[in-house]
Write a protein that binds this ligand. Structure first.
Ligand code: COS
Length: 386
């Protein structure tokens, strides 16, 4: 039985507690029966189900502005879905991240064109930032968007794009050249049916989800595709990541909680040395370490989410701390859970074996752990008197 005591923490309101309970019950029915043999189909089914039953409404604001993004709700959703299945979390999260630049920086027409569809699960979204030569180094992306009459022509390649191949819309970051480096980038909405866009490779990874390489070849978009102002692209990417990085930590927390529950169950029932595994002090030390890391991760995640929800303009430091700590801690918790399971822990298809594969990418995507350390250190140094 997962620990629910954290829901009484002062970060949450009654609506958060009700949301977490309801989604947990929903996921127990709607995630469990997904057929994972065809990853694309599984992801499409999950997006459709999450949309039909209203959960995706939380990934983007409503067009009339009456429903806004609440980071605590996003984090609770990811934590809950991740406990039930990595792909369910992925399907939910990508609707938020993919549409994130439109939610945060889109004008009324852009929001009206796309957000009702991503919120209903009838359009799948993708965030196309990363490139092969400039993974972590966003300021050096090489895809270009050249002014052409009223619109722009995009040329270049994007790599490691989640939902690449099944998305209906891509938010694409490209160099428009207002200034060198970070100040010369812009963000565009590109519909998947644009003839200048093709998916040139599908990528297999240890925890399967839709992932691809995109090619832009004289990909023409209108002026209405530009998000915010030309030159704002870096800020748009970073501000979007400020919101969603906290939720990556939350997904890691969900994986860790599931691994912890599996480990406690195993330690309590497995007979060894004349008693249960849990009677052994060395196993108890493992359980104490896991419980501590889970609570510490949760505190950092919900501190960051609460701070953003309370209206903070920048939460780069808090979000980076939450993502860094929660993903690294979850890796340790899951590794310990595998250890407590012995041979069963590495058996293909065992829940802790799947978690062991699920967690690894979270220490890399949306800013690798090393990048989060950079962000934290820069925030600390820039606010100290030097
Ligand atoms: N919100 C708003 N503005 C931000 C910002 C944020 N979170 N972070 C940086 N900026 C601004 C800076 O203030 C700076 O503005 P000025 O030029 O006006 O001073 C500008 O953007 C450039 O920032 P910085 O100098 O920090 O950029 P760097 O090129 O040194 O890179 C890192 C910063 C490495 C932290 C950034 O490139 C990064 O996060 N990389 C990881 C990318 C990532 O997460 N990829 C995964 C994609 S999704 S799977």
């Amino acid at each position: 039985m997962p620990d629910r005591s954290f829901l009484t923490w002062p970060f949450f309101e009654d609506r958060h507690r009700a949301f977490a309970e309801k989604l947990d019950a929903w996921a127990a029915v709607n995630v469990a029966d997904i057929d994972h043999h065809d990853t694309d189909a599984a992801c499409r089914t999950l997006v459709a189900r999450l949309g039909k039953d209203g959960w995706l409404k939380h990934t983007a604001p409503s067009v009339d502005g009456s429903e806004r993004i609440d980071v605590r709700t996003l984090a609770l959703a990811r934590e809950t879905l991740a406990r039930h299945g990595g792909l369910a979390d992925f399907a939910f999260a990508m609707q938020g991240l993919g549409a994130g630049p439109i939610s945060l920086f889109g004008n009324d027409a852009q929001k009206a064109a796309w957000l009702p569809k991503t919120r209903a699960g009838t359009a799948i979204a993708a965030f196309a930032l990363t490139e092969a030569p400039s993974g972590s180094d966003v300021a050096n992306i090489t895809t270009t968007a050249t002014r052409d009459g009223d619109g722009y022509v995009i040329d270049g390649e994007k790599y490691w794009i989640s939902n690449g191949g099944i998305a209906d819309l891509y938010v694409v970051f490209a160099r428009t050249g207002e200034a060198p480096g970070a100040r010369g980038l812009s963000a565009f909405i590109v519909s998947a049916d644009n003839p200048g866009l093709s998916v040139t490779e599908r990528i297999d990874v240890i925890a399967p989800h839709p992932l691809g390489r995109l090619r832009f070849d004289k990909c023409r978009v209108g002026a209405d595709a530009l998000l915010g102002k030309a030159g704002d692209g870096f800020k748009i990417a970073m501000s979007t990541l400020d919101v969603f990085r906290t939720t990556v930590g939350a997904a890691a927390l969900g994986f860790a909680r599931r691994a912890f529950d599996e480990a406690v169950q195993r330690a309590s029932t497995r007979k060894m040395f004349g008693g249960a595994l849990a009677d052994l002090q060395m196993v108890q030390a493992h359980i104490a370490d896991m419980a501590l890391e889970i609570d510490a991760a949760a505190l950092l995640i919900y501190r960051a989410a609460w701070t953003k929800d309370m209206g903070a303009a920048r939460v780069s430091r808090e979000a980076a701390m939450a993502k860094l700590y929660a993903t690294e801690a979850a890796q340790r918790v899951i590794d310990t859970a595998v250890q407590i399971h012995g041979g069963d822990g590495v058996r293909s298809g065992h829940p802790v074996e799947m978690l062991y594969r699920d967690i690894r990418a979270l220490r890399i995507y949306e800013g690798a752990s090393d990048i989060q350390k950079l962000v934290i250190a820069r925030a600390v140094l820039s606010s100290s008197e030097r």
